[in-house]
Design a protein around this ligand. Structure first.
Ligand code: PLP
Length: 363
């Protein structure tokens, strides 16, 4: 459980790992993020975007994004992170429910703005449901699907919570950074888990990221979807010219490219299946939580630390999430596409886990 007094740590920090383990950055295999390993290919970018100030969002981006998210209003930002930082400052101190296990930036920024954070389990629905229905919180943050537990809340639950919270002016913030693989609204409405189509209901804010599914974490593009007046207020808190025209152009191409998106969904499902079966075979007794962008396994904390360390010594970075029970850790594995990378992980992981089990049986 986090008290979020200090800046949360994040995956993808190859530079720090490189210094700690004395391995040059180029030799690392980065499994510490939930980013698509087969990123959207960078298109030819018209030169003007390098020279012009991005005073207004690009029309081609806004129209591609509205179509992709199926909404009438949205706000462009430099990733979903600046939105996560700005939203808590938009209201007087209140009681807000946030998952204990989940992207820690939410807890950190709500606490920094003086709000009372009430943590609920990142693995289930019941505690959050009770907090909202019994009126114990004014606002709630849902990470859907949760990173790293993979827990998905249903549209029906989200609708119920929105109704209850909005009666007293409360907000329901839904962080959908990892939802794109569930979101093929064009093809299959049944499969859609995104709350984007309901983002104009009172008090709802949906956050979307172009970093994960499209593998474009470096271009820093995200969106808030909400009622128009809320977006206007949020927009006033964004930094002028913070999203470059170059990034906007790349995102416009990615969001409009339906055939790439369809192929990416299939490829990610394949990558995720491969990781799931590797972890299933290496950790037959452990609980595994899988999404189309990462797979997490629950392991005793001492063993988890030893496995992460052994992998790091072999140049493979994974992410550890200590759990609130104080006993266990979730080891989160980002996906791999290349066969050589998969072989490298499979061999090293088996060695690391076998070494730990040998220690257990012959102390
Ligand atoms: C659940 C979740 N939300 C939001 C973010 C922020 O991502 P970005 O600012 O790249 O959109 C992250 C980053 O890892 C995340 O894990």
């Amino acid at each position: 459980m986090s008290d979020a007094k200090t800046n949360p740590a994040h995956g993808g920090d190859i530079q720090s790992a490189s210094q700690r383990f004395g391995i040059v950055p180029e030799q690392w295999l980065d499994c510490s993020t939930g980013i698509n390993p087969d990123a959207y290919p960078i298109p030819d970018i018209p030169e003007k975007y390098f020279y012009q100030l991005p005073t207004h969002p690009l029309e081609i981006l806004i129209s591609a994004a509205k179509k992709y998210y199926q909404v009438g209003h949205l706000l462009l930002a430099a990733g979903s992170q600046p939105l996560i930082e700005a939203i808590p400052a938009m209201r007087q101190p209140c009681r807000v429910a946030i998952p204990d296990v989940g992207y820690q930036e939410h807890i950190y920024h709500w606490q920094r703005c003086g709000h009372q954070v009430i943590q609920y389990s990142g693995f289930d629905t019941q505690t959050l449901n009770r907090l909202i229905i019994e009126g114990d919180v004014d606002c709630a943050v849902v990470i859907n699907p949760n990173n790293p537990t993979g827990k998905v809340q249903s549209i029906a639950s989200l609708k119920k919570w929105q109704k209850k919270l909005s009666v007293k002016g409360g907000w329901l913030i839904i962080d959908e950074a990892f939802i794109d693989t569930f979101n093929d609204a064009f093809q299959n409405e049944e499969a859609n888990k995104s709350f984007a189509p309901y983002s104009e209901l009172p008090g709802v804010v949906v956050l979307r990221s172009v970093g994960k599914f499209f593998g474009l974490a470096g271009i820093r593009i995200g969106f808030a979807l909400a009622e128009k007046t809320f977006l206007e207020q949020l927009s006033a808190r964004m930094v002028l010219w913070s999203v470059s025209g170059v990034s906007q152009y790349v995102a416009a191409c990615a969001l409009a490219d339906r055939s790439w998106q369809q192929l990416a969904r299939l490829r990610l499902l394949n990558h995720s299946q491969w990781m799931l079966s590797l972890l299933d075979s290496v950790f037959p007794q452990q609980k595994i939580y899988s999404t189309a962008l990462f797979v997490s396994v629950k392991v005793d904390k001492t063993m988890a630390a030893a496995i992460a360390e052994a992998l790091a010594k072999g140049g493979i970075l994974i992410r550890q999430w200590p759990l609130p029970d104080g006993e266990n850790t979730l080891l989160r594995f980002g996906l791999l596409s290349a066969k050589d990378d998969r072989d490298r992980l499979a061999i090293l992981l088996r060695q690391a886990v076998n070494a730990e089990y040998d220690l257990l049986v012959s102390p």
